[in-house]
Design a protein around this ligand. Sequence first.
Ligand SMILES: NC(=O)c1ccc[n+]([C@@H]2O[C@H](COP(=O)([O-])OP(=O)(O)OC[C@H]3O[C@@H](n4cnc5c(N)ncnc54)[C@H](OP(=O)(O)O)[C@@H]3O)[C@@H](O)[C@H]2O)c1
Length: 340
Amino acid sequence: MRQIWIPKAGPPEVLEVKAAADPRPGPGEIRIRVEASGVNFADIMGRLGLYPDLPRLPVVPGYEVAGRVDEVGAGVDPGWVGRDVFAMTRFGGYADVVSAPLVQVFPRPSNMSAEEGASIPVNYLTAWQLIVAMGGLKAGETVLVHSAGGGVGIAATQIAKHIGAKVIGTASAGKHAELSALGVDWLIDYTTEDFESRARGITGGRGVELILDAVGGDSLKKGYRLLAPTGRLGVFGVSSTVTGKAAGYFGMASMLVKTPWVQFNPISLMNANKGVFGVNLGHLWGEFERVRPWMDELVRLWRIGAIKPKIARVFPFDEAPAAHHFIQDRKNIGKVLLKP
Ligand SMILES: NC(=O)c1ccc[n+]([C@@H]2O[C@H](COP(=O)([O-])OP(=O)(O)OC[C@H]3O[C@@H](n4cnc5c(N)ncnc54)[C@H](OP(=O)(O)O)[C@@H]3O)[C@@H](O)[C@H]2O)c1
């Protein structure tokens, strides 16, 4: 098999394709011939040495794949062999052959491409947890989606629109036209406009009922103020720590200094009638009985056309560095994939 390794922290060019023996599926596992692997922002943070959950380097990153089952381990129904699937991987997804526990594998509908399948797990489960499972968004409410042009942002917009909510998105200006066409009701160029005052204006001073924030730092302070009474702030990332393409900790230090550590405390939350919650899909590995029903519902929504991954670009394995550059240059609108 071929795998893409992060041998050491550094710029995209550190990514390296290497050959290795095919893995054998262990008990309860299936083996997948991978046709597409998802690239996530966490992989970029991992490459920069900014992702605490990543195992020690060198490592093969990657949280999600899609392809066809070619072998099963002990205790797994051999009927899985030959089936098209998509799966979550606890790292190791940047590979053309992957073994994964069956509980992390989902059958792929016959008309769902491998590219679409590999685009669903991380982006859509995260968006579902933020909007439905914990955010409790309802028809008629307004959600502010930061980084609306990213994979999670587009998934969140589709789910919110399906619910009947209104979406305010923040994104680089060059992404606005396409994001409007994808259903975002109002767009804010956070690089030139203050998102707090713009969103307050859009909502007639009322504020928003839900905010999805993976930027971190200052953004949380403003977001908390922007919540309407009963509003919820979902915190799920710290992309503001990524300030360059080489390894460095300046962005991390700056984010930590700007984080409103004392603004959300039990007394202020109570008196403001506001909620703050956190989402980290990577810390739900032991909770698949909770997560699988979310995926069942997402596949149902995909079947009826209510959600559809937007694929920004597919890069061959040998061009993995270009895939990371593409995201860090803020060129992607939607999902970036690697194809063996
Ligand atoms: N907690 C979880 O379980 C979980 C799961 C998935 C993702 N996340 C987090 O959610 C965020 C978005 O993930 P994604 O997969 O949707 O992202 P993505 O598709 O890789 O796109 C990145 C998006 O983030 C914005 N961005 C903000 N800061 C950036 C930076 N320093 N460099 C490049 N782009 C930056 C870009 O939009 P603009 O150009 O408009 O700024 C872009 O749309 C990330 O922080 C990620 O770590 C968390």
